[in-house]
Design a protein around this ligand. Structure first.
Ligand SMILES: [Zn+2]
Length: 140
């Protein structure tokens, strides 16, 4: 891994001279890494900063180069990954007959749990996939 970009997170700051600045925090002091001016400049700066932070954080967790990861995904691959995750998860209830079909947990005899529905276990891959997909779609 060869990450030579400015480490995130970066922030959007209204520039006193006009426009919007995307800044990192070098020793607690804002340092401009990009400026946006003109129509839609605030939204453009927010999009750039959020994208920067998303790829910087993802690459760090995956031990990948953030620039290369972003370049590989620039054609909409994030949407393809989300759709594939949702397809893998499927629409059938996670828990069927009291047993989670993904993590195998047995909810039979658990009066607080229906015998069919969503698995509530935080370490269940189906639970994780369902929650992450909803967060990405902004439906939670
Ligand atoms: Zn489960």
């Amino acid at each position: 891994m060869d990450n030579r970009h400015t480490p995130g997170p970066v922030f959007v700051v209204k520039h006193p001279g006009g426009g919007w600045s995307i800044q990192d925090r070098d020793g607690g002091v804002g340092r401009c890494i990009a400026m946006r001016y003109g129509d839609s400049s605030e939204d453009n700066a927010r999009l750039l900063a959020a994208s920067y932070n998303a790829f910087d954080a993802a690459a760090s967790r995956l031990n990948l180069n953030a620039v290369e990861l972003a370049e590989r995904m620039q054609s909409g691959m994030l949407a393809d990954l989300l759709k594939a995750l949702e397809d893998l998860h499927g629409s059938a209830p996670e828990v069927q007959g009291g047993i989670c079909q993904h993590c195998g947990r047995d909810y039979i005899g658990d009066d607080s749990m229906a015998l069919s529905g969503d698995c509530p276990s935080d370490d269940c891959p189906a639970h994780i996939a369902r929650v992450l997909a909803a967060e990405v779609r902004g439906t939670v």
